[in-house]
Design a protein around this ligand. Structure first.
Ligand SMILES: Cc1ncc(COP(=O)(O)O)c(C=O)c1O
Length: 386
């Protein structure tokens, strides 16, 4: 069935370019609000652990409803530091999806553990709890649930598994700041219910810095204290080191910028949801394009709007030829990466992950996307499938 009103003759002029993400447009809309905050740090010349870092930690803790938030140098380090705190021993296993950004498993390897890759659910692209349960062994030390593309994984089931086996659940919420899920009748935020939650402020994220940045969320005061030590070379007191940590502080400049951007975040996520609904209303019932499914328990923040599309790579080329940006997250899942070949996974090991790898395409969904731009994306896709 063809979606109505998508004939190529109605196409908007070819001059309308549609990038995958338009950070200059975002900057133009917030310049007056954020520049004074950034300039204040420069005037003060306190670039390391200035007051904005603690202010941001407190603001994000409130947003994510956790007792402690610890700023760090990146979303990668937000995973690395809690994994360091687990003191993994050779042979210790950490269950993760393979359909995620490399950091989710790279940090397990770098802290001495072995990633154990499990498959995803077809509808949500998130960890399949049944597959997690089947993968638990006496060596399992943690489960990392990635809240992919902006919607939370089935945390209630993963937490129940973790509780049953005494295994902590790490929420990789790099793509899902402020996303929430109905659990036992109440809204719970990404990062609120796990042992820790981790955030990335990479510039393209929904709350993006002007460089790298990350944050760890936890309800556990003792763990928070240890993480604060680990991010400053393992010492609570300068030049005294209780254990070996690393240098992973969040820059004051980035913290000041993020604090100034934070009041915009809810509006941006709502605009992303509106844009997503704009696409899905047109793609529902389309013979070729499968719009993303939102789990009814979830409020999605649409970090990515990701369709499944036949002849995906050709479609991507077609969009590019018409000035439209798109991206494949992720073209080669982690169980098939050369660096993990020694773990013994093969093509066919994770069928849903591998199906997704060949079909997914993320479309422009950023808050500043105009109706004309979105119309152009929809019509260009429709013209491709004819
Ligand atoms: C799911 C996921 N985990 C971890 C990270 C790592 O974050 P960063 O790039 O800030 O190190 C990212 C970001 O790219 C991500 O998307």
């Amino acid at each position: 069935m063809r979606v109505p009103s998508l004939s190529p003759t109605q196409a908007t002029p070819a001059a309308v370019q549609v990038p995958l993400l338009d950070l200059p447009a975002q900057y133009a809309s917030i310049r007056d609000a954020v520049m004074p905050a950034v300039l204040a740090v420069i005037e003060r010349q306190q670039f390391i652990m200035g007051p904005e870092v603690a202010e941001l930690e407190s603001a994000i803790a409130t947003l994510s409803r956790v007792s402690h938030a610890i700023g760090c140098a990146s979303g990668t380090d937000a995973l690395l530091l809690p994994l360091m705190a687990l003191d993994l021993q050779p042979g210790d296993e950490v269950i993760t999806p393979a359909f995620t950004f490399f950091a989710t498993a790279g940090t397990v390897h770098n802290t001495g553990g072995t990633p154990v890759f499990v498959d995803i659910e077809r509808a949500s692209f998130n960890l399949a709890p049944d597959a997690v349960e089947a993968a638990i062994t006496p060596r399992t030390r943690a489960i990392i649930a990635v809240h992919l593309y902006g919607q939370m994984a089935a945390m209630e089931r993963l937490l129940a598994l973790g509780a049953k086996h005494g295994i902590p659940v790490i929420e990789d919420a790099a793509q899902s700041i402020g996303a929430r899920r109905q659990m036992e009748g109440a809204w719970r935020l990404a990062g609120e219910t796990g042992w820790v939650g981790t955030l990335s402020f990479f510039p393209t994220k929904n709350l993006g810095a002007w460089g790298d940045g990350g944050m760890i969320l936890t309800q556990d005061a003792t763990l928070a204290e240890r993480l604060r030590r680990l991010r400053t070379h393992g010492g609570a007191k300068q030049y005294h080191h209780d254990e070996v940590g690393t240098n992973s502080r969040l820059d004051t400049l980035q913290a000041a910028l993020l604090l100034a951007k934070l009041p915009f975040l809810a509006g941006w996520s709502a605009a992303r949801r509106r844009n997503a609904e704009g696409y899905s209303a047109r793609f529902r019932g389309h013979s070729a394009v499968v719009p993303p499914a939102v789990d009814p328990a979830n409020e999605h923040i649409f970090h990515q709007y990701t369709i499944r599309a036949p002849r995906r790579d050709e479609l991507r080329e077609h969009l590019k030829a018409h000035g439209i940006g798109s991206a494949v997250y992720y073209p080669l899942p982690l169980h098939l990466q050369p660096c993990f070949a020694h773990l013994g996974y093969r093509r066919g090991s994770l069928p849903e992950t591998e199906a997704a790898m060949g079909e997914v395409l993320s479309l422009p969904v950023y808050p500043e996307l105009t109706e004309a731009q979105q119309e152009r994306v929809i019509q260009t896709i429709s013209a491709f499938y004819g």
